[in-house]
Design a protein around this ligand. Structure first.
Ligand code: FES
Length: 116
């Protein structure tokens, strides 16, 4: 998806007239540039790499999230996504079942969470 950055200058046409309000997009898709997460007392920042798991992207970027099985069964890779959750696909059924006891929705299994 191509993002459009709006500035005050971009809302003014070349002949210095304001663009009519009906031509201004109502919703602007602002995606965070990175995924921030927390595991235990550690904080991590991962640059999203499409079609990778959050764990694989993190490890590739030397963000050493704790993990064990990589299958979605042990739960050791559980992280709390504090920013950029929209950059991840929604959890699949196996991940949802494993996380059902987590109180907050922002918890994910890094080995199962796929980046969009
Ligand atoms: S490493 Fe075991 S659930 Fe992710």
């Amino acid at each position: 998806m191509k993002r459009k950055t709006l500035t005050v200058g971009s809302l003014i046409s070349k002949n210095r007239q304001m663009i009519p309000s009906e031509e201004i997009p109502k919703e602007i898709d602002v995606q965070p540039a990175s995924i921030r997460l927390r595991q235990n007392q550690s904080y991590f920042e991962v640059v999203p790499r499409p079609h990778q798991t959050l764990l694989d992207a993190a490890l590739e970027q030397k963000q050493f999230i704790d993990f064990k099985c990589r299958k979605g069964t042990c739960g050791r890779c559980k992280v709390r996504v504090t920013e950029g959750a929209s950059l991840l696909h929604p959890p699949h059924e196996k991940e949802r079942i494993k996380l059902q006891h987590s109180l907050a929705q922002e918890y994910r299994l890094a080995c199962q969470a796929m980046i969009r």
